[in-house]
Design a protein around this ligand. Structure first.
Ligand code: ARG
Length: 488
């Protein structure tokens, strides 16, 4: 349809190569809504008349959810325009594309799609974080080792892990939440690159489509895809956080650890080994994370060498967005259900503590409270662990005579040290662990209450935004229908 200055038709292979039609289904409906707002604005500003507007709008209405036609159009924008011309006639339909370009149109459609996806991602993140907070509340007494280098480090609580994931997801949520403000701006009316001499009103279309403002500069509006890079970058970081949690759970659900048990509904079996209960869902979170990181690379490397103004390379940016959204939304949905059905094996968690030496730092700190310099107490406890580990017993089982061998001055006597070891239980340690954000008992309670309030604020904001978009589409739809009606 657009090839008026070019000779000859494209052959099938070339058309297929050029075309984005198979990737454009996702934005077809947004393209129609954008075209409706644009048409109403053309009418408002007397650029087209009422009859023309009504013909275009009823053609667009009939296309909603209904574009199945095979065509030789290069993309959805061309296809929709050609179908409108077919239905509304050349005289009216031919005016729809006045004062716009596919360049501002495609930027608009992508922004509308990502805007909806962000609201959905924020909704899913809200749910997942809420689940983590509720689980943390239930697991405030599940004592377990905390790890560094995958070696037992300190005594902690399962709730502390859950809250750590929640806090990482809060940052993900906030990244999407804030990015929304930058994405929720309308590029429509920027034209091909430099605007138009036709007296359009960009603010009006922006308002009809629920945008908070404009991507003002017409070069920027049609060229920039940094908002896509930002969206997919946020997605890649979110997946990386999900992947870490998945990795922890995979390790903890092994028969060697058995800290948690995943519900059968989120595991797979083996075609040959009847005993298998594999954490495939979690493995796929890891696998899909690398895919999203790949999309992020693809978008950035596409953008980095492009000159300003629309270049067709940008068409390939779209194909990274749709699967990214699908992956992050489905990952969050699955993880949320998995968390809700997962069992925590408190007994195993406790056995891991009792069989290790993660209480060591607490004993050293008890000595510090007696006035012994930390470096000396570190040495004393280190030597105690050495003796205990050589004779394969716990620190609790060390005799006073054994303890005496590690004391080389009169800072403390063996009996007192024995008493300290006996009284430094994991429960006692978690009672005395008071530093802000620590694994201490009181900190769990405080953080849970604080995070509960915090998630409420994001939930309210996300619902408000979702409603704003929905209400603007409803209003647009009402305007379209009453316009069509009044012209008939
Ligand atoms: N199919 C194109 C895309 O997805 C739409 C814009 C085409 N613009 C152009 N001047 N060829 O990016």
């Amino acid at each position: 349809m657009y090839r008026s200055r070019l000779d000859g038709k494209l052959d099938d292979v070339t058309l297929e190569f050029l075309s984005s039609i198979s990737d454009d289904d996702v934005i077809a409906n947004y393209d129609i809504l954008g075209s409706e707002a644009h048409t109403l604005m053309l009418l408002e500003n007397k650029i087209i008349n009422k009859q023309e507007a009504a013909k275009i709008l009823s053609a667009l209405e009939r296309l909603k959810g209904n574009i199945s036609e095979k065509s030789d159009a290069e993309d959805i924008h061309e296809l929709i325009e050609s179908l409108v011309i077919k239905k509304a006639g050349k005289d009216a339909g031919g005016k729809m594309h006045t004062a716009r370009s596919r360049n501002d149109q495609v930027a608009l459609d992508i922004r509308m799609k990502i805007r909806d996806d962000i609201n959905m991602v924020c909704f899913c993140l809200n749910q997942t974080i809420e689940t983590l907070i509720n689980l943390a509340e239930k697991n405030q007494h599940a004592i377990m080792p905390l790890y560094t280098h995958m070696q037992q480090a300190q005594v902690g609580l399962f709730s502390h892990f859950l809250l750590a994931y929640a806090d990482a997801f809060f940052r993900d949520l906030d990244r999407f939440y804030v990015a929304y403000g930058r994405i929720n701006e309308s590029p429509l009316g920027a034209g091909p690159v430099g605007g138009t001499s036709i007296p359009i009103n960009r603010q009006s279309t922006a308002k009809m489509l629920g945008f908070k403002g404009l991507v003002e500069n017409s070069i920027d509006a049609t060229t920039s895809r940094d908002f896509v890079a930002e969206y997919i970058g946020n997605a890649a970081i979110l997946m990386t956080n999900l992947s870490r949690m998945a990795e922890d759970f995979i390790i903890w659900s092994t028969s060697e650890f058995s800290f948690i048990e995943l519900s059968d509904r989120f595991t797979s079996s083996s075609s040959v080994m009847p005993q298998k209960k594999n954490p495939d869902v979690l493995e796929l979170i890891r696998g899909k994370t690398s895919q999203v990181i790949g999309y992020q690379m693809s978008v950035l490397s596409n953008l980095k060498g492009l000159p300003s103004g629309y270049n067709r390379d940008l068409q390939q940016v779209k194909v990274s967005i749709w699967p990214t959204s699908k992956i992050i939304i489905s990952s969050l949905l699955v993880v949320n259900s998995l968390l809700k059905t997962m069992k925590v094996n408190e007994k195993k968690l406790r056995q891991a503590i009792d069989g290790g030496y993660s209480i060591s730092l607490d004993i050293a700190e008890a000595l510090v409270r007696k006035g012994i310099p930390f470096r000396n107490s570190h040495k004393i406890v280190g030597n105690l662990v050495q003796i205990a580990s050589n004779s394969k017993k716990s620190l609790l089982a060390l005799s006073i005579d054994e303890i005496r061998t590690v004391i080389h001055n009169d800072e403390i006597d063996a009996k007192e040290l024995h008493k300290i070891i006996q009284s430094t239980t994991p429960e006692h340690s978690l009672e005395t662990r008071r530093s802000q954000g620590s694994a201490g008992k009181h900190e769990q309670q405080r953080m849970i209450e604080h995070r509960k309030r915090k998630i409420q604020a994001y939930m309210t904001g996300t619902n408000k935004r979702t409603n704003e978009v929905r209400e603007s589409f409803e209003a647009l739809n009402n305007n379209v229908l009453s316009m069509i009606k009044s012209a008939s």
